[in-house]
Ligand binder design. Structure first.
Ligand code: BES
Ligand code: ZN
Ligand code: ZN
Length: 502
């Protein structure tokens, strides 16, 4: 898909379809000051025709040109009631609209900026949101199908049509929208890819490739090195698997910022979570291929960084492994020593994410971070607490927690704060070691976060995002198919952009 912003007088518009959007019972507004409808688009549906279109959420109508015209169709999409509409409404409408264009195999579509003027947002925000929503709405994971779907290349060209010259922000919005859209799609691809293909080694190769293409620094550590480095918590998980583990470090250090304190992102990269010796039930175990969605999101963030000019040093630390019950696997009751020197009694080998993150968080100290954010499909308890559509954020710094929460909500990733009081550590006290790796079942998302807190470098602001619920969609909606959602990419990219602007 080739997306661009073009300045063109209405009489020069040549497209298979123009995309318009209307609030419920407000479609007549589109006729006001519509230079194209008055001129070249004389066939534009008149008031009575438009009134048959109600503009309800989910409604998409196609109007056909009666004869020779540079514009063959209008695809009109409902935004629902005006007083209920927000930017999420617009995202979903754009996704529905381009999906209809794909069904119709339309190669070339245009979005007149003048058609967006009744929406209460700046046009650069609308352009950026529209571009991202097109990528999300059109996303499909077809890599492993032998027959490609015949409509998969449509629409080929999408043009935002400006009647007058627009300033730089419009063009930037297209660029950022493409970068973020491609980032989320990469996160989805990696998350949807089965664990026999998306192995830790494959993820490391993907990092090397991304690094070469976009001048990121890449470091990859293998199991022997990780053990020498003292990563006993990470090793406690990877020892049980025949698929070799990797610690991947990706760094984006734009010129002039190489010595800045970086923002360090840490992701959980469990490419398959069988539970280990504390084996999971077999029902839905296949879904545990998505237990690397945290790392998937960080790959997505770096893909997005590659397409934009951000003045901010960023480091991603990504421990990647399977969690398997081999003869070398850690057993319940075993005690291991983490890289920080703390000892952990492993009560349940299915609480593996916190173990690999413990060493990754400790390792972050080496980069003298300005702050750390980790993202992980950490606990089923988080899904019980907040449901399938909401992630939790916890941490040691109220300002950072609020920033992550607000940034997430602004970009369509619903992230809600949960508490992390010191008393929660009582749950993790062990008779034989410094701590246990699990607390009681109730409040499990908090205990997991409390465990991570023990490994966060002293004095560094830290936030933990538990994406166990929203990282994978069980039902399709306008913007997401069943499978990996790419949750968190948009939040982290926006967080970095806001940080770079400050
Ligand atoms: N990967 C799971 C958490 C998870 C559950 C992610 C459902 C996505 C959907 C994690 O490693 C896990 O198994 N956690 C256990 C922890 C328990 C043993 C304390 C859980 O949540 O049941
Ligand atoms: Zn687990
Ligand atoms: Zn897991």
């Amino acid at each position: 898909m080739d997306v661009s912003l073009v300045t063109q007088q209405t009489d020069a518009w040549r497209t298979d379809a123009l995309l318009y959007f209307a609030f419920e019972d407000e479609s007549h507004v589109l006729l006001q000051d519509n230079a194209w409808a008055e001129g070249d688009g004389g066939w534009w549906p008149r008031k009575d025709e438009l009134e048959d279109f109600r503009g309800k959420t989910g409604e998409v109508n196609v109007f056909y040109s009666p004869g020779a015209s540079g514009v063959s169709r209008i695809v009109l999409t409902g935004l629902g009631k005006q007083d209920k509409a927000d930017v999420q409404t617009f995202r979903e409408a754009v996704a529905r609209s381009v999906k209809r264009c794909r069904e119709l195999k339309l190669a070339n579509v245009g979005i007149p900026l003048s058609g967006l003027k009744s929406l209460p947002f700046e046009s650069s925000q609308l352009i950026e949101e529209a571009v991202i929503s097109m990528y999300l709405g059109l996303y499909r994971y077809n890599e492993l199908k032998s027959e490609p779907e015949e409509d998969s290349s449509f629409p080929e060209v999408v043009s935002f049509l400006a009647e007058d010259e627009v300033d730089d922000t419009g063009q930037q919005a297209v660029t950022v929208g493409i970068a973020v859209g491609q980032g989320v799609c990469l996160a989805r691809d990696l998350t949807n890819m089965p664990s026999n293909l998306a192995t830790p080694v494959y993820l490391a190769e993907t990092a090397q490739r991304l690094g070469k293409e976009h001048q990121f620094n890449v470091e990859v550590f293998e199991p022997g090195q990780l053990e020498t480095m003292g990563m006993g918590a990470f090793a406690a998980v990877f020892k049980g698997s025949c698929e070799p583990a990797r610690l991947i470090v990706l760094e984006y250090a734009p010129a002039g910022h190489e010595q800045d304190k970086p923002i360090v992102l840490v992701g959980k990269g469990v490419t398959f979570d069988s539970g280990g010796i504390s084996l999971k039930p077999s029902a839905k175990m296949d879904e545990m291929k998505t237990d690397m969605a945290g790392v998937g999101a960080l790959f997505g963030v770096f893909k997005a960084l590659a397409g934009m000019d951000l003045e901010q040093r960023v480091v991603a630390i990504m421990p990647c492994t399977e969690n398997m019950p081999d003869c070398k696997a850690t057993k319940p009751g075993d005690v291991i020593t983490a890289m920080s020197g703390k000892t952990v009694e492993i009560i349940n080998t299915d609480a593996e994410g916190r173990l690999i993150l413990a060493d990754a968080l400790h390792y972050a100290e080496k980069y003298e971070p300005e702050l750390i954010i980790d993202i992980a499909t950490l606990t089923g308890a988080c899904v019980v607490a907040l449901g399938k559509h909401v992630a939790a954020v916890m941490g040691n710094d109220e300002t950072l927690i609020q920033d992550v929460h607000r940034t997430g909500c602004a970009v369509g990733d619903r992230i809600w704060p949960m508490p992390l009081w010191d008393f929660l550590f009582d749950e993790l006290k062990s008779d034989v070691a410094d701590m246990k790796n699990v607390g009681s079942r109730m409040g499990g998302a908090l205990h997991a976060a409390m465990f991570l807190k023990q490994f966060v470098p002293e004095g560094i602001p830290w936030a933990h995002i538990d994406i166990a619920g929203p990282s994978r969609a069980d039902k399709a909606n306008a913007l997401t198919l069943v499978g990996g959602s790419g949750f968190g990419v948009r939040t982290l990219v926006e967080f970095l952009r806001r940080k770079a602007q400050r």
